[in-house]
Ligand binder design. Structure first.
Ligand code: SF4
Length: 351
């Protein structure tokens, strides 16, 4: 197994192990939520080239960033392997109207070959849109120029507060500078073909007053030329994510009622429809390899993403085995029972 011990990724991974997922590693790119490819049975394919993140947002659903407490491993995928597998999935699903959406459990801009990745995805037969989700901490004018030239169609940029102090608090990162990220947003809308969608996470009682300001900012700078200008995200506490103290999550009704009020006030679309606004439609999904409850023998590959997890392989997919206090040696065979298989993301327990 190729593990990267260089200091190159320390500012994203803390002291955790970084596993390089190559052709030679034998780690399948379908099956694990932390890296590779996810096919949820639509024309959008999620691409996860890395799991790392430079920030420590206080509401992070995936407990990402250098200060993560639950993660034990980060992954980075070899470009050629990722692109070849992506093209295989596109051929299976049909080479037309595919959206390649780079959305990680961290921030895609930590991937050193992000520009090459965008270019390769864009040059794939059947790919109509290449989009990416980021908090923008690593953006620069040069990187934006390169992403634009490579063919990035849409950047979903999360800005959670325009107030520098509050934005820094939300990001959990003392060096986070929202004013620089706002400058990058303006640089995109003023100079580039890339369309910008501003996607704040609304954390009730913390950034309520910021959301209208962010709406005004997005509209003023001309975000949303082809797609909606805003994609406001509801804060949802996750079992294994970070939860800011004292925050009571909104109900979906409260959330949508407020979005509708702002829609009227600002004359802009805020309640989005994935099919109408993003052209999402059903498409055949890669075959499911294991049924729930199925018992099988798998081979240990390396440590899993979070503590107590082991990454294994069976029938050409990655399977995360949970509740494993000790990580067995690579190649060790484990008798497991599948407990989750939705969208070809496999979770199992030993029996
Ligand atoms: S919310 Fe996004 S940018 Fe913030 S720590 Fe999590 S993955 Fe990173």
């Amino acid at each position: 197994m190729n593990e990267l011990h260089s200091n190159k990724f320390r500012r994203f991974s803390g002291k955790r192990k970084v596993v390089y997922v190559t052709y030679d590693s034998g780690i399948p790119l379908i099956g694990c939520i932390a890296f590779g490819l996810i096919d949820r049975g639509t024309n959008t394919i999620q691409i996860r080239p890395t799991s790392m993140c430079p920030l420590n947002c206080i509401f992070c659903s995936t407990d990402a960033g250098p200060n993560s407490k639950r993660r034990q491993t980060e992954y980075i995928v070899e470009l050629e392997y990722l692109v070849d597998e992506f093209r295989r999935v596109v051929r299976y699903k049909g080479e037309y109207k595919i959206e390649a959406h780079i959305d990680t459990v961290g921030d895609p801009l930590t991937y050193p070959k992000i520009v090459d990745l965008v270019q390769e995805l864009k040059n794939t037969k059947g790919v109509e849109v290449v989009s990416m989700q980021t908090h923008g901490y690593l953006l620069s004018e040069k990187l934006i120029d390169d992403l634009d030239d490579a063919g990035l169609d849409r950047l979903n940029l999360s800005i959670d507060s325009l107030d520098p102090e509050l934005a820094r608090y939300l990001s959990g990162t003392p060096t986070y500078d929202v004013e620089k990220i706002m400058d990058m947003a303006m640089y995109i809308t003023e100079n580039k073909r890339i369309d910008l969608l501003i996607a704040p996470v609304w954390v009730p009682s913390i950034n309520d007053d910021e959301i209208p300001k962010i709406i005004e900012f997005a509209l003023n700078i001309g975000a949303g030329k082809k797609w909606p200008a805003l994609g406001i995200q509801k804060y949802i506490p996750h079992k294994r994510g970070r939860k800011p103290k004292g925050v009571r999550p909104m109900t979906w009704k409260e959330f949508y009622d407020k979005l509708r009020i702002w829609e009227r006030k600002y004359s802009t679309k805020l309640v989005l429809s994935l099919s109408e606004d993003f052209g999402l439609h059903k498409r055949k999904m890669l075959p499911i390899k294991y049924k729930i409850g199925e018992k099988t023998i798998v081979e240990t590959l390396t440590s899993g993403w979070q503590r107590g997890e082991v990454l294994t392989r069976g029938k050409g997919v990655s399977i995360t085995v949970v509740r494993m206090p000790v990580i067995p040696r690579k190649g060790t065979q484990l008798a497991i029972r599948i407990i989750r298989n939705k969208h070809n993301i496999y979770i199992a327990r030993t029996y």
